[in-house]
Design a protein around this ligand. Structure first.
Ligand code: ZN
Length: 293
């Protein structure tokens, strides 16, 4: 089924009331666990990448790995650039074969965020690539940007409407609704009413950032409120590290590296399957791809 742009599949997911998992890949093994987990459950999947991960591996290796995996499977796979403030990185991702990108202008004043998001929207539209844009401030750490949870700013309803007005084909919209990146220290205060009002008014699938650590009930309410893309990063990072270390703990004398990689892969893939199941996208590959109603 190869690569897809995420916009159409997110629209189908939103209409059918399930969420599509967007995992932040770390390396080849991690990307494979994400795609293979989705294949096992016949679910659509978004493999997303942070700017610093791209800076580590390079544009071409990542695009090549994920495209190669997508070409071999029968589920829709999107390759997405997560939180990016640098237009040059966005352009290079488009050139390297990413199927969607995020421009994060949320730390800019509203008018500037809007103007720059619109400029990138025109760029992505002409390239046939999906765009995610953000408004408000999502708490926690993303790459090297830190927003204290208590100073995270909820998106403003009227600004949301104005923000998306000239971007009707936005693939996914990320208004801050009270979730945060990283591990939650207390209970997140999710503004479900705001989410529902924004989602009902803009007619664009909504992205849920800061998915790690939310309960099934919180996922359910966000997804039924319009969140079609559910981001999981921190959980995957922790499993990447623990999956490796657990093998060392179980077999301290092991000198063969492959069992470490397999243990890490299995741990990450289990999480991918758990999250797909939690978001209701199990068995939805064909529906998300528009092959069945
Ligand atoms: Zn995020």
């Amino acid at each position: 089924m190869t690569f897809v742009t995420m916009g159409p599949m997110l629209k189908r997911a939103q209409a059918a009331g399930y969420g599509i998992a967007a995992f932040n890949m770390i390396d080849y093994n991690s990307a494979r666990s994400i795609v293979d987990g989705a294949v096992e459950l016949q679910a659509p999947i978004i493999v997303q990448v942070s700017v610093k991960t791209i800076r580590h591996w390079g544009f071409k290796p990542i695009a090549t790995w994920v495209r190669m995996m997508a070409d071999d499977v029968d589920i829709p796979v999107a390759l997405h650039l997560d939180h990016c403030t640098d237009e040059d990185v966005i352009k290079r991702c488009i050139d390297a074969g990413w199927t969607s990108v995020m421009f994060d202008g949320s730390s800019l004043p509203f008018a500037e965020n809007r103007a720059r998001s619109e400029a990138i929207y025109r760029l992505t539209e002409s390239a046939g690539v999906g765009l995610e844009a953000e408004i408000g401030a999502i708490g926690g750490v993303e790459d090297d940007k830190f927003v204290a949870e208590d100073s995270a700013i909820l998106a403003d309803y009227d600004e949301c409407l104005e923000f998306v007005k000239n971007m009707p084909n936005l693939a996914v919209f990320a208004p801050a609704i009270g979730t945060a990146h990283g591990v939650y220290k207390g209970q997140p205060k999710i503004a479900y009413d705001l989410l529902e009002r924004i989602s009902g008014a803009v007619g664009i699938p909504i992205a849920l950032h800061g998915g790690t650590g939310l309960s099934q009930e919180q996922f359910d309410r966000c997804i039924s409120g319009g969140c079609a893309k559910v981001n999981i990063s921190t959980m995957h990072k922790l499993r990447f590290i623990d999956g490796f270390l657990d093998v060392r703990q179980a077999k301290p004398k092991l000198e063969e590296p492959l069992p470490f990689i397999v243990g890490q892969y299995d741990a990450m893939k289990r999480d991918v399957c758990d999250m797909i199941t939690a978001f209701g996208s199990r068995g939805k590959a064909a529906q998300a791809a528009g092959m069945v109603g």
